[in-house]
Design a protein around this ligand. Structure first.
Ligand code: NAI
Length: 350
């Protein structure tokens, strides 16, 4: 029985993670959930938004299913993490958000975010089937920012050969397993000559060991334009952290929005599955959130755990609910709530 750490998170997080867990439980997968708090509730109840219990649980289970967690805009909000290293020494770090703290502390160096059309999900396009690989550990998201004076702020962007090589190798090996054939590297090496230049050069050189996969490059602004014009022409994208974050949301918009976009973070020791969307404060607590992104995220988790049959059952049930189009949420053109859509998927599996 595989134990899974569940982090419900903030906003719509508890609604959609509960739905995903119920669907996984109904799929016949041999799993047990261990819920731990992170986010605002954890801050209220434990005095910290990221309690040590989260790391303790993940170090045991090696797999986490995470709902979104809220981060205030601006200000000097930081997530402080205190952990013992292997030698027993206390190490203190701070990060701009809980999601970033978890990805960095757990060494989850790559985010994989598929965006594809599902029959029944309203979208401007057909035949979109994109796989995005986002470097997760560096770039401007290391959170090194400071005010130089009252009117000027600066941020440091780090791109390293090691992290770029690691994420590129992961992307190409992942693509090989799925028989995907074309990788487009997104960058801004025309302006960020050293940082993005290093990303591009390293990714291209690493890709030479994978002659079965065609590798091309695009400046990220032109790539965005092409994606909204002809998304069906792209197969897989490899991007540094910041562009990867932005292009993932753009890609979600190509196939029906954030309510349908799943995601996963992988590292050498563990994996954390989280949808692309955030806490959606505008609809939180109203039973309006689409549970599909989180359910597809759980499907990615089940495939990672070699629970392929359970994953297939869920995908088939979800496809049936989408096809019928009755028990779907507002963003999909229906009137069902989060719970009703979840229950309809569970009902399909009976
Ligand atoms: P958001 O993704 O929460 O919402 C953007 C829009 O998409 C909203 O209109 C929302 O209602 C809609 N939306 C999102 N998920 C949906 C779903 N499942 N069903 C239907 N509609 C959905 O992005 P926003 O507003 O920029 O961020 C809100 C908060 O979430 C911020 O505090 C942000 O830092 C946090 N966030 C956390 C993430 C994480 O923990 N992994 C990722 C992204 C944002």
């Amino acid at each position: 029985m595989q134990r899974i750490t569940v982090i419900p998170g903030d906003g719509i997080g508890p609604e959609v993670t509960r739905g995903a867990c119920d669907v996984v439980a109904a799929s016949g997968a041999a799993v047990r959930f261990h819920e731990v708090p992170a986010g605002q509730r954890a801050e209220r109840e434990h005095g910290t938004p990221l309690p040590g219990a989260v790391f303790e649980s993940v170090s045991e289970t090696k797999i986490a299913l995470k709902g979104p967690t809220q981060t205030p805009f601006g200000g000097d909000y930081r997530i402080h993490v205190e952990r013992r290293d292997a030698a027993g020494k206390t190490r203190r770090s701070s990060y701009p958000s809980i999601a970033i703290a978890l990805r960095r502390e757990l060494e989850l160096y790559v985010a994989v975010r598929p965006s594809k059309n599902y029959p029944g999900v309203p979208s401007h396009f057909e035949n979109v089937d994109l796989l995005i690989f986002r470097e997760n550990s560096e770039d401007l998201y290391i959170g090194m920012e400071r005010m130089i004076d009252e009117g000027t702020a600066e941020a440091i962007k780090i791109i390293s050969l090691r992290a770029t090589e690691r994420v590129t190798r992961f992307a190409l090996e992942y693509m090989r397993k799925l028989k995907r054939r074309r990788l487009t590297i997104g960058h801004k090496a025309n302006v960020m000559k050293l940082t993005d230049g290093l990303f591009l050069k390293t990714a291209q050189e690493t890709a030479r060991a994978f002659p079965d996969i065609a590798v091309e490059q695009r400046v990220v602004d032109a790539l965005c334009m092409e994606l909204v014009m002809r998304p069906g022409e792209y197969d897989a994208l490899l991007l540094p952290n910041l562009y990867g974050d932005i292009v993932s949301d753009l890609a979600a918009g190509l196939v029906g929005g954030l309510g349908v976009a799943p995601g996963a973070n992988f590292g050498p020791d563990c994996a954390m599955f989280e949808a692309v969307h955030g806490t959606a404060p505008d609809i939180a607590g109203k039973d309006l959130a689409n549970p599909m992104a989180m359910i597809l995220t759980a499907v990615m988790m089940l495939r990672y755990m070699n629970e392929g049959q359970a994953a297939d059952r869920i995908e088939r049930a979800l496809a049936a609910v989408l096809r019928e189009g009755r028990a779907v949420t507002r963003d999909l053109g229906g009137e069902a709530g989060t719970r009703a859509m979840t229950d309809a998927i569970i009902e399909q599996m009976r």
